[in-house]
Design a protein around this ligand. Structure first.
Ligand code: SF4
Length: 330
């Protein structure tokens, strides 16, 4: 879809957290708990969360990571699989983002998840410093995961975490790597450009400065030039100044991502409601439209059972949108 179409998409979404326990310790993380100190979400708890959010067509399974060599890796992976199945049983579509997966793990989840995700985050010394206690976050590992997803034909979401101290040149190099992967495998359905914001407490929640905003707008425009046109460009609206939303769309953003009632990674950054966003966009001549976690352009390559579900749910999504059921985000 061309950003010139003046249509912007979002995915009505609920985030379900299998565990916050994580063997990495990224310097910026306010989500993580130590392995052993964190609970694992049961099916009963997840069912209650899904039942409370009937209009959330996407279930984002966002998990802390268990060391691939740890004895409880299998149990952790079984939870991811069970929660993916549970989402389908509730008539939703799971989208798992749980860090690097072995090929067999990724292939297993791809039979249940029509799309999956993993942020590239970025490259250069600022990321190496932030990830010095995060063994799974080497650049080689992340690129290897994106390639593995491409070989498996999984519609994939990735992106950059922007503002850790990287240069514009390093951002552009990261985008060039994503463009290369897309040209080779064709599986990158969307690239998130996520401004890094301290998210742990309300006191830390300082908005982007004018200079940071204009730097981001430049990056958005460069990303639109570098990435193939079929790759959607996504911006999380709660981390972005509302007064600059239209400028971001004019620069190349055409998707606002999965919008839940709260942002579990950045809880002190409130989510705008779809109704608020739609009204703001309409005033400027743009339209907000719902989508599933897998974008329309990637339906054709899905396993047959998932494709049939996605096609049926797309009709339900459109009906829910037209009847106003998606406006509140519930
Ligand atoms: S991998 Fe994710 S959950 Fe784990 S420490 Fe890093 S940012 Fe936090």
């Amino acid at each position: 879809m061309s950003p010139r179409s003046r249509v912007v998409t979002w995915s009505p979404s609920v985030t379900v957290v299998p565990t916050r326990g994580c063997f990495n310790a990224c310097s910026y993380c306010s989500f993580r708990q130590a392995i052993g100190a964190a609970d694992w979400l049961s099916d009963q708890q997840a069912s209650a969360e899904l039942s409370a959010r009937p209009a959330a067509f996407e279930v984002l399974l966002l998990s802390g990571e268990v060391d691939p060599a740890a004895p409880d890796r299998l149990a952790w992976f079984s939870r991811l699989r069970a929660l993916s199945l549970l989402a389908l049983q509730h008539g939703r579509l799971p989208h798992t983002n749980a860090g690097p997966l072995r090929r067999g793990e990724m292939a297993t989840l791809a039979r249940l998840n029509p799309s999956m995700g993993l942020m590239l985050e970025g490259l250069g010394p600022a990321y190496e410093l932030a990830h010095r206690r995060a063994p799974s976050k080497t650049l080689a590992s992340r690129l290897g995961q994106l390639e593995q997803a491409g070989r498996l034909g999984i519609p994939f979401t990735t992106g950059l975490l922007i503002g850790l101290g990287e240069t514009l040149q390093q951002r552009l190099e990261a985008l060039e790597l994503l463009a290369l992967l897309q040209r080779q495998w064709g599986h990158l359905q969307e690239v998130i450009l996520q401004p890094w914001r301290p998210g742990g407490s309300a006191e830390q929640a300082t908005p982007l400065s004018a200079a940071e905003t204009s730097d981001m707008l430049l990056t958005i425009a460069e990303a639109r030039q570098i990435l193939p046109p079929e790759v959607h460009l996504q911006l999380p609206p709660n981390l972005w100044p509302p007064s600059q939303l239209i400028a971001a769309l004019e620069a190349g953003i055409d998707d606002l991502g999965g919008i839940d009632l709260t942002d579990v990674i950045n809880p002190c950054w409130p989510q705008p409601s779809p109704a608020q966003l739609a009204e703001q966009l309409e005033r400027a001549g743009w339209q907000l439209r719902p989508r599933l976690c897998v974008h329309d352009g990637w339906f054709a390559g899905l396993p047959a059972a998932l494709r049939a579900r996605a096609l049926a749910l797309r009709q339900n999504l459109q009906a829910a949108f037209e009847s106003g059921l998606l406006a509140s985000g519930l």
